[in-house]
Design a protein around this ligand. Structure first.
Ligand code: BG6
Length: 501
């Protein structure tokens, strides 16, 4: 999906939100790794903007300390010395006019010194309430359009908090900035195995012809985390798992799994097909929410605090930290195939899996020797292991004719020295190369919010008996009933493949 366009990609990379966790844990380590690999253009310079008072050396030392922990490998001293000079800390209040004037002056100076051709990427790693105001100030200070150079804006999630607010934000920013200059981040799109979905689907004749409701029984997307909300309580109180994970990461994975083959691998062609999947998601109703959705919130355990006792979380919070649901994609390819989703925080393991259950062959039960066969299953293991698991039936070795399942398991990152690039490395590189395929287009957001809004609307007045699962446990009991009443089981959640952890 990488299309390197031949243009000068030297640039200044300005991060708003320099002291936040995302910048320290993800963005700077990603930029450093790209620098180590020689993938950054000549002169590439980071301006890190934060609201706190910090000296240049103080900030650089701070991120060095963080990077050592995060990258978990030796950092070459000489390389770090070179790199640190490319990080400029600038204190600035996002709301103040003269901050932007100073930033513009600083950018011009760096542009001259480092030959960055006037090109700029602005990365908004701030709280969402600042997205619009920062873009407006950049626009008013003429920092978003310059002759003979390009300017791009990368925007973190969440983009809006429902369809009306997302639309308003989008209308306001697209008044100042064209769609092709906006790079809305969903970091899952930068993950190795998510990129692999297209190769797996469209590069293998054994899958694509079967990839429809005639041969596929059901799809599961499982995305669980061991961690709780940590110090992000006030953010999470406003999002919960539905807006934090489902609206973006999970629906993006689903759209790649279910889309039609794009006419080519350009950003627009891929996103044209993804958006049709989101458009075809069946909206929830009051009835379907009751039968097809289970939400939850973690309570305390011997080891962990309850969600309600986390920092900056209300003592009677009704925020969901867990969701399991069943939905359908109402189109010709997928009509009748249930899609099950299981996602939450403070569960027993960190895992992201996409599980495709194929149908059993209709005649298979006529042969008594085949009674132990299982349906074929393909599992895309997104993380922590990255790979593919495939279950087929074969005759077991020996003189008896006994048929049963065997499992093929390919792990791409299990070997020594086989680290996949971090999602943010790839996303930064793609934005530098002006390739939008790994970023969310407005219409994708629009339809994903439409689906999520239907869920919220249908839940109005719901009585939530929270907490309803133990921190570090397997999630609410009802989540298991939700799938078991359809005679199916969650893959590896005490279900069919209990040991695949
Ligand atoms: C982020 C969410 O977008 O994704 C976090 O805000 C979540 O709450 C994280 O923990 C999960 O990402 P990953 O890459 O660790 O699976």
């Amino acid at each position: 999906m990488t299309t390197s366009k031949k243009e000068n990609n030297a640039c200044i990379f300005t991060i708003f939100g320099a002291t936040g966790d995302l910048t320290k844990r993800k963005l700077i380590p990603a930029v450093f790794t790209l620098y180590e690999q020689g993938r950054l253009p000549e002169g590439f310079t980071v301006i890190a903007i934060g609201r706190r008072d910090k000296t240049m050396d103080g900030y650089r030392d701070e991120i060095h300390g963080f990077m050592r922990d995060i990258l978990n490998r030796d950092i070459d001293d000489d390389l770090w010395k070179e790199f640190r000079n490319r990080i400029i800390y600038q204190k600035m209040n996002f709301l103040e006019e003269n901050g932007y004037e100073n930033l513009n002056m600083l950018s011009r100076k760096i542009n001259k010194e480092n030959n960055t051709a006037g090109n700029r990427i602005y990365y908004l790693a701030t709280a969402p309430e600042f997205f619009e105001i920062i873009i407006r100030k950049l626009h008013e200070n003429k920092m978003l359009k310059n002759k003979n150079s390009w300017q791009r804006v990368m925007v973190e999630k969440p983009f809006g908090s429902d369809l009306p607010t997302a639309r308003e934000l989008n209308d306001n920013i697209t008044d100042m900035l064209e769609e092709d200059k906006i790079f809305r981040i969903d970091h899952y799109l930068g993950k190795e195995m998510i990129q692999n979905i297209l190769s797996l689907r469209f590069g293998n004749s054994i899958f694509e012809p079967l990839w429809n409701n005639r041969y596929i029984d059901s799809i599961q997307i499982i995305s669980t985390e061991k961690l709780g909300v940590g110090d992000r309580g006030s953010y999470y109180e406003k999002t919960g798992v539905i807006k934090d994970m489902l609206q973006n990461h999970i629906l993006q994975m689903l759209s790649l799994i279910a889309m039609e083959p794009p006419v080519n691998l350009s950003s627009e062609a891929i996103r044209d097909e993804k958006v049709k999947v989101l458009q075809a998601l069946r909206p929830f109703t009051k009835e379907s929410v009751k039968s097809d959705v289970v939400t939850g919130q973690y309570g305390k355990s011997n080891v962990f605090a309850a969600y309600r006792n986390e920092d900056r979380v209300s003592a009677d919070s009704k925020t969901d930290t867990f969701i399991a649901l069943k939905t359908c994609i109402d189109n010709f390819r997928w009509g009748g195939v249930p899609v099950y989703i299981f996602a939450g925080k403070r569960l027993s393991e960190k895992t992201t899996r996409i599980v495709i259950h194929f149908k059993k062959l209709p005649g298979i039960n006529f042969y008594k020797e085949f009674k132990n066969t299982e349906s074929n299953v393909l599992v895309i293991r997104v993380q922590p292991e990255e790979g593919i698991f495939f279950r087929i039936n074969t005759k077991h070795q020996g003189n008896d004719f006994f048929i049963g399942p065997v499992e093929m398991d390919y792990c791409q990152n299990c070997g020594y020295n086989s680290n996949s690039p971090e999602a943010y490395e790839r996303l930064i590189l793609e934005a530098l190369n002006n390739n939008s395929a790994l970023f969310t287009r407005w219409d994708e957001l629009e339809y994903s919010w439409r689906f999520i809004d239907s869920l919220y609307r249908s839940r109005e007045n719901e009585v939530l008996n929270y907490p309803n699962y133990e921190a570090g446990g397997k999630g609410p009991v009802n989540a298991y009933e939700l799938i078991e009443k359809d005679n199916r089981k969650w893959w590896d959640k005490g279900g069919e493949k209990n040991d695949l952890i």
